[in-house]
Design a protein around this ligand. Structure first.
Ligand code: GDP
Ligand code: MG
Length: 595
């Protein structure tokens, strides 16, 4: 394809505004996918994506478009995810494009993630085409949404904005025309040495890492000897090709093309997103500017539920290959045995991984309460990075503890403001700015990441009746007054139940926790004392009642000899039971999460 006829673009939008539906519609109109192959939401093929109706990983597909000017164009479309946990995938996709469609649901208007994605695109100076979707719906308020778009960017005039229904296809042909008219063809020199951006990757057990590439300069031939500049790794291209949306082999890719390279490399860490791929024979002198890799933000322990450690290990290793933003290291817990400490982009990512382990590998896991990364300054001058509450040092050794903070931009209708501000206060937020975006209010709040990472998003949805939306950016770590809560059962600490909280919350949390544990810890033959300690002091205690009546308390009705026999049996049971520690079900860990 002539370079002047290539367009590489993404669709960016708030979640549920219709990206995947529009992507499907574009594929259908360009006949990329035959009628027979079509089923709803073609790009969302992972089981979890179907279940949640959201896109987790960015997808790529090449379409051929016969334009009204009689020419044929190559449209490389990159579908991007919409959930807050995955905004780094959006930045990744945009690096490979020359422009994007900014899609807005006409029934909802401009939302927080619309604004966040708009800013990511603007930082890259990408041209944007504003598109208003769902105009077929009775609830669509087209005038209001047009005004909001114009407020967001003076260039988004009502004349510049396209009105469509991705569902019925109405207006979509005009979008296809606008892509070639309003987005630029890739620049870059075909005759220059090969310079390609690795913008995503996939692991295949037989072929190794498959790199998704965008050619910035030069050409790439099948079987060519290539080099990853940052990793300093050389390899021969086992196969190259384009996405249609399945992988389709080609003999050559050229400047501006988007496609894949089968590297044969077995270690995914060698093929990082943001890498520059070049030719061994004639390498480019200057690699592309680096790309910030995803940082895990939330950590939790994953343990096999049915003692099947080898199955869990295999599944986790395979998932790690497929999802480079998921990290893991082996760890051992006294209570749960051998498992993994895993890092996630956020709480939703954790849930996705759990579901993938179940759906794709048939492995059910116990998940400990998640935590963030703490930087601990010790009195002896040393510093510790703590990703696991078990390693949180004894309080007598600690000078100070710092935790990550985020700036949360919450966009909402003004009637939700009071409820939302109350919620952010409960989550230790400090309001730093209050502004307007058209009819919407935008509250900027500084909060500890630990307060945002778990339930905040769903609580926000609930207090605003679904209308508020959230986007976060990371700030520097700051010192907080944090303490470790340790839980004892039968007077022995259970390491896997330890967690870190703000000191002011400790009394209330420990009370609630023991109340929860009273009903979730499996009952034994004897009463199980459960206590929560902070800095060596027991703050709360409860006895989990026994399975059966206690002879010493309830045995009055029996004869002395019967009572003695019962007591003997009980003490034998007690001795046996203390040897086999209480087996903890997931509900016990959920009790901590629920606090
Ligand atoms: P994404 O999260 O941005 O990928 O959004 P989806 O494409 O998954 O769409 C979210 C929901 O909106 C789905 O139930 C779609 O069927 C629906 N939807 C998308 N576009 C339209 C449209 O133009 N009209 C109507 N009525 N529904 C739409
Ligand atoms: Mg989608």
């Amino acid at each position: 394809m002539k370079q002047a006829n290539i367009r590489n673009f993404a669709i960016i939008a708030h979640i549920d505004h219709g990206k995947s539906t529009l992507a499907d519609q574009i594929m259908a109109l360009t006949q990329t996918v035959s009628e027979r192959e079509q089923h709803a939401q073609l790009l969302d093929d992972m089981a979890v994506e179907q279940a949640h109706g959201v896109t987790v990983k960015a997808r790529t597909v090449r379409n051929f478009y016969h334009a009204e000017d009689g020419q044929e164009y190559e449209y490389n479309l990159i579908d991007t995810p919409g959930h807050v946990d995955f905004s780094y995938e959006v930045a990744k996709s945009l690096a490979a494009t020359e422009g994007a469609l900014l899609l807005v649901d006409a029934t909802q208007g401009v939302q927080a993630q619309t604004i966040a994605n708009y800013r990511i695109a603007k930082e890259r100076h990408l041209p944007l085409i504003p598109v208003l979707n769902k105009v077929d719906m009775a609830a669509a308020d087209i005038d209001a949404a047009l005004a909001q778009l114009h407020d967001l960017d003076a260039a988004f005039t009502p004349e510049a904005t396209l009105l469509i229904s991705a569902k019925t296809g109405q207006g979509v042909p005009a979008v296809l025309e606008a892509i070639k008219d309003r987005l630029p063809a890739p620049s870059g020199a075909t005759q220059a040495p090969l310079k390609a951006l690795v913008f995503d990757s996939l692991y295949d057990p037989y072929q190794g890492v498959i790199a998704y590439v965008r050619l910035m300069d030069g050409q790439l031939k099948d079987q060519e000897n290539l080099r990853l500049m940052q990793a300093g790794q050389s390899f021969k291209a086992k196969a190259i090709g384009t996405f249609t949306p399945n992988m389709h082999p080609q003999s050559r890719l050229t400047t501006g093309d988007v496609g894949y390279v089968v590297t044969g490399i077995k270690d995914p860490k060698q093929v990082r997103v943001g890498e520059t791929l070049t030719a061994q024979a004639q390498p480019t002198p200057t690699p592309l500017a680096g790309y910030q890799p995803a940082r895990p933000m939330v950590f939790a322990g994953l343990y096999p539920q049915s003692n099947d450690y080898p199955a869990l290990k295999e599944a986790i290793q395979k998932l790690g290959l497929n999802d480079p933003s998921f990290s893991y290291t082996e760890e051992r817990s006294e209570a749960l045995g051998v498992g993994f400490r895993c890092g996630f982009l956020g709480a939703f990512h954790l849930q996705i991984i759990r579901e993938r382990l179940h759906d794709e590998y048939g492995v059910d896991v116990l998940t400990t309460a998640p935590n963030v990364t703490y930087h601990v300054q010790l009195k002896n001058g040393q510093r510790m990075v703590v990703n696991n509450p078990v390693q949180f040092p004894a309080f007598s050794l600690i000078e100070s503890v710092a935790e990550p903070f985020v700036q949360a931009a919450i966009t909402m209708p003004s009637e939700s403001l009071n409820a939302v501000l109350k919620l952010t206060e409960q989550h230790k937020g400090t309001l730093t700015d209050l502004g307007n975006q058209g009819d919407l209010v935008v509250a900027t709040v500084k909060m500890p990441l630990s307060e945002v990472a778990y339930h905040f998003f769903s609580e926000l949805k609930s207090v605003s009746h679904g209308f508020a939306s959230l986007s976060t950016t990371f700030l520097d770590d700051e010192i907080s007054d944090l303490v470790k809560i340790e839980v004892d059962m039968n007077y022995a600490p259970v390491d896997a139940l330890a967690f870190v909280v703000h000191r002011e919350d400790a009394p209330m949390m420990t009370q609630k926790l023991v109340g929860q544990l009273k009903v979730t810890v499996p009952r034994q033959l004897y009463p199980t004392p459960v206590q929560a300690r902070v800095e060596g002091k027991v703050l709360a205690r409860v006895d989990v009642p026994p399975l059966r009546k206690n002879a010493a308390v309830n045995g009055e009705a029996h004869s002395v000899s019967k009572k003695a026999a019962l007591l003997r049996r009980q003490s034998a049971n007690k001795r046996r039971a203390t040897q086999n520690a209480v087996k903890l079900p997931q509900s016990v860990f959920n009790a901590i999460l629920e606090l």
